[in-house]
Design a protein around this ligand. Structure first.
Ligand code: COD
Length: 301
């Protein structure tokens, strides 16, 4: 099973019923617009944590009714992030969403040692892209949380991504571990890690997935490119999930798809007690709404 685009993902998410989402620092027009769409689609009921007056003013401006929403008035962003995490820990919310707050401050509240959302697993960022002209959703990890993961962390990042994709119904996942070329070279650590992960895959470490690497982006998405380069690949350009070597590679790859190719992106954090919607401040309301759908879909799986 594969997702042809966000609409197919949304259809499945809607079938799960409404979830309660705690939004950390919710006084943001785009965030509230995404909440408005998600509420209308029957996906969520919000708990909005942030500056109460601003939230009410923005909600009024965009025509979002707050009748069914819960409002927690807190004007300090860091404190609001902690109160939103509290709502999840106390069982009031099924998952969490980042609003108008710096990613690192938000993640520190998630990772707080006491009453945080840790599970003992590595938390990692996981993004989906709908790229015009590409036949299916393309997933990328980790372009948003772990800065320069080592091999063991890359394995955990991959495990998180595969657990998510299997949980939402994908039974076979094609993974390419990206590097700048296809030859393992000690001077390029990304190629060595990619080779090691591909070896783990051949040894059966990633059931339900084929993991290949090192491979450059062209060979990951194009059978013709592989043919020209004379590279054998079982995946043969049919990749579902790209594992990137560093946060910068993932961030630049994602923003390139959005700004050069007109892609829509949705991002969440995996590995915590609940899925966490972590979109970028420049993301459109549709992109933030799709991230809510991604989180809602994985709830309980
Ligand atoms: N998973 C689980 N625990 C973690 C993780 C993780 N990914 N990262 C840190 N921890 C734990 C550590 O084990 C430790 O107990 C505690 O958290 C603090 O660890 P530090 O000192 O390494 O963490 P910080 O606070 O300096 O940084 C953690 C961040 C997640 C904030 C940091 O990695 C970060 O800023 N990442 C980039 C986020 C970002 O800017 N993204 C931009 C795109 S939106």
């Amino acid at each position: 099973m594969r997702f042809s685009g966000f609409e197919s993902l949304l259809d499945r998410a809607k079938s799960k019923g409404r979830a309660k989402v705690a939004v950390a620092v919710a006084a943001d027009k785009e965030v509230l617009e995404a909440i408005k769409i998600a509420e209308k689609e029957g996906l969520i009921t919000p708990i909005l944590v942030g500056d109460g007056e601003q939230i009410k003013r923005l909600a009024h401006e965009i025509g979002l009714s707050l009748k069914k929403a819960e409002l927690i008035d807190e004007s300090l962003p860091e404190v609001a992030a902690h109160k939103a995490v509290d709502a999840v820990v106390n069982g009031q919310a099924h998952f969490l969403m980042k609003g108008q707050i710096n990613s690192s401050d938000f993640l520190r509240a998630v990772l707080r040692p006491v009453r945080g959302l840790r599970t003992g697993r590595l938390l990692s960022h996981f993004a989906a892209f709908q790229v015009p002209g590409f036949s299916r959703l393309l997933f990328v990890t980790d372009g948003g949380m772990n800065i320069a993961p080592n091999l063991a962390q890359k394995k955990e990042i991959l495990d998180n991504g595969l657990l998510y994709l299997k949980g939402i119904g994908m039974d076979l996942v094609n993974v390419i571990v990206l590097a700048a070329n296809e030859v393992a070279n000690a001077k390029m650590p990304a190629t060595m890690d990619a080779q090691a992960l591909a070896e783990m895959s051949r040894a059966g470490e990633f059931p339900g997935a084929i993991v290949e690497g090192p491979l450059a982006l062209d060979g990951a998405v194009s059978a013709a490119a592989l043919k020209h380069k004379g590279i054998a690949s079982q995946i043969n350009g049919d990749v579902d999930l790209l594992l990137v070597p560093t946060i910068e590679v993932g961030n630049v790859l994602g923003k390139s798809m959005v700004y050069f190719a007109g892609a829509t992106m949705a991002g969440i954090v995996l590995g915590a007690q609940v899925p966490i919607v972590m979109t970028s401040r420049n993301d459109t309301p549709r992109s933030k709404f799709m991230a809510l759908s991604m989180a809602a879909l994985s709830r309980g799986s």
